[in-house]
Write a protein that binds this ligand. Structure first.
Ligand SMILES: NC(=O)c1ccc[n+]([C@@H]2O[C@H](COP(=O)([O-])OP(=O)(O)OC[C@H]3O[C@@H](n4cnc5c(N)ncnc54)[C@H](OP(=O)(O)O)[C@@H]3O)[C@@H](O)[C@H]2O)c1
Length: 509
């Protein structure tokens, strides 16, 4: 029998052995020939089918400006799935999925194509019994959003009628500043109701990010020390070893702060610093995240505590890497940053005075995303100073990717006759602790969209609160030159100087 106080009869007592499968529905992907659809979305749909998580009445619709029929789209989906799927290839699964595939050719300003799409969905009610349920994934360039949303409004695609549901999935970037994000939110909210809008920040679909919440709120161990009394500082890093590849058109003019800091890093900060939600549902999480995002402060001295950089040619993993200005389609005089670092504060009783250092960059030595919480030193050490020379600070590192897991660093006695204390690490590795492999972030998020579970999707107020942090930073950087750093190094010297000024140093993951 459960101990008193440990059961909540109001909570959903779902049997976890029975997987949650969505209602019969259609998933419509706009921009299905694009990079995201081919690399992530189509493989994720196959993986969901392979795991038996799609309903029997499921239809996959592609919309794109190609003179294609269903068979051509089916071929693209098969190739994408074979290349990118996480689960093994099974002909039977594919054949069932392929039978549900439809393609609607057209450009976004083509009224007739949208009428055909509407008609196709009506036909799928008879053939697949989708009951009017449909999710529309906007995997399209951001400037196309207004056109597509207006087409959906005009044709009634956004209206579920009185039978099913209609949902829309919006990819980042959610605008390029507060004003444009508000415009975008208003536009989306004028076509869909707020509960039917799913903004994707794929970091929230990652197991390790969700584990941060499990770690904090399912244990008694961490929460009592998760505050300014015990925490010295927090570092949140998202480092990439790749350059911008063929994304210059999107990246140049946007830069690292808009591309990563505004969304992924601030979401990670919010989950690290927020108070416990009353329950693990979309509204309760949103309330806490908005509160903490609203409490973020920028340093008064941005010259000292905000750094932007741009990579120059260098060497990475034994290979020569070209500089940002040499990348194709990047203007020779571009001042776009490929590295951004900033010190933020969280003005709450829990976090007052604790610096949160955020950094992200391209062409850094390795691909790694982690949250490192460093604790204060013990107020007193009853050992001779010489015995604790190699004792650092306690640290808890949540590795989001790769090598997903958690590492705890603490002091331990070195074997021998002296009382020498040195740092050791205790490691939890996802791959070793669990036999099931983690689903891809997009797999989890697409399933949640079809289930109507918005827990892992940032809401408009969160997005706006994040832009409120970023706008003054971007304004401060306007007209300035980014500091150069060599590809294959850990970013510009100014970023190291920023932490040195505080008597700290960046971790070298
Ligand atoms: N790629 C990623 O890893 C990634 C990551 C995070 C977020 N995102 C976001 O996801 C969205 C899609 O990104 P992406 O990289 O897949 O872009 P992409 O490769 O440029 O693909 C864009 C898609 O939209 C279609 N399209 C563009 N204009 C059209 C029009 N007027 N009419 C009909 N179709 C049109 C393109 O069709 P054509 O093939 O005919 O040009 C293509 O299928 C963007 O909002 C991006 O910011 C992407």
């Amino acid at each position: 029998m459960a101990a008193a106080g440990y059961t909540n009869p109001l909570r959903d007592a779902r049997d976890r052995r029975i997987p949650r499968v969505p209602d019969p529905c259609a998933l419509v992907v706009f921009g299905v020939t694009g990079d995201l659809a081919r690399k992530k979305l189509l493989p994720a749909v196959y993986d969901l089918a392979n795991r038996g998580l799609l309903p029997p009445g499921f239809a996959l619709l592609g919309f794109s400006r190609r003179d294609w029929g269903d068979a051509d789209f089916s071929q693209l989906a098969m190739e994408s799935a074979q290349k990118g799927a996480r689960t093994p290839w099974r002909d039977g699964v594919w054949e069932r999925l392929a039978a549900s595939i439809r393609f609607v050719p057209g450009a976004f300003d083509d009224d007739e194509a949208f009428d055909t799409l509407q008609q196709t969905l009506i036909e799928l009610e008879d053939s697949h019994g989708i009951h009017g349920n449909a999710a529309f994934y906007l995997s399209i360039p951001p400037p196309a959003f207004p056109t597509v949303l207006k087409q959906m409004q005009r044709t009634g695609l956004a209206d579920s009628g009185d039978r099913g549901w209609r949902r829309v999935v919006v990819e980042k970037p959610f605008g390029h500043d507060l004003a444009s994000s508000r415009d975008l939110n208003q536009l989306v909210d004028s076509v869909f109701t707020a509960d039917d809008v799913f903004r994707i920040d794929h970091y929230l679909g990652k197991e390790t990010v969700q584990n941060l919440l499990a770690m904090r709120f399912a244990n008694t161990l961490f929460e009592p020390i998760w505050n300014a009394n015990f925490v010295d500082s927090v570092q949140i890093t998202m480092a990439e070893d790749v350059g911008i590849g063929s994304r210059a058109g999107f990246y140049d003019g946007a830069g690292a702060a808009r591309d990563v800091l505004q969304n992924h890093l601030l979401q990670l900060l919010a989950l690290t610093a927020m108070e416990e939600p009353v329950s693990f549902d979309a509204d309760s999480l949103r309330i806490e995240k908005v509160k903490v995002l609203g409490a973020i402060s920028l340093p008064s001295d941005l010259h000292a505590y905000a750094v932007r950089g741009q990579y120059e040619a260098g060497w990475l993993a034994g290979e020569r890497a070209i500089g940002y200005l040499e990348e194709s389609d990047v203007p020779a005089d571009s001042t776009t940053e490929t590295y951004a670092a900033v010190r933020l504060g969280v003005e709450t009783r829990r976090w007052g005075g604790v610096p949160f250092y955020l950094r992200t960059g391209k062409r850094l030595p390795r691909r790694v995303t982690e949250i490192a919480v460093t604790f204060k030193r013990a107020p007193h050490l009853p050992f001779p100073v010489t015995d604790t020379q190699e004792l650092g600070r306690n640290q808890l590192v949540v590795r989001v990717q790769p090598d997903e897991g958690v590492t705890m660093r603490f002091g331990s006695k070195v074997p021998g006759t002296a009382m020498e204390v040195r740092d050791v690490s205790m490691d939890f590795l996802y791959g070793e602790a669990f036999t099931e492999s983690s689903p891809e972030a997009y797999e989890r998020l697409i399933l949640d969209v079809l289930l109507g579970d918005a827990t892992l999707f940032p809401r408009n107020l969160e997005v706006e609160a994040s832009w409120r942090v970023l706008d003054p930073l971007e304004a401060f950087w306007v007209g300035s030159q980014p500091e150069r750093y060599r590809a294959g190094t850990w970013g510009p010297a100014g970023s190291d100087a920023m932490l040195r000024r505080d008597g700290r140093a960046w971790r070298r993951p």
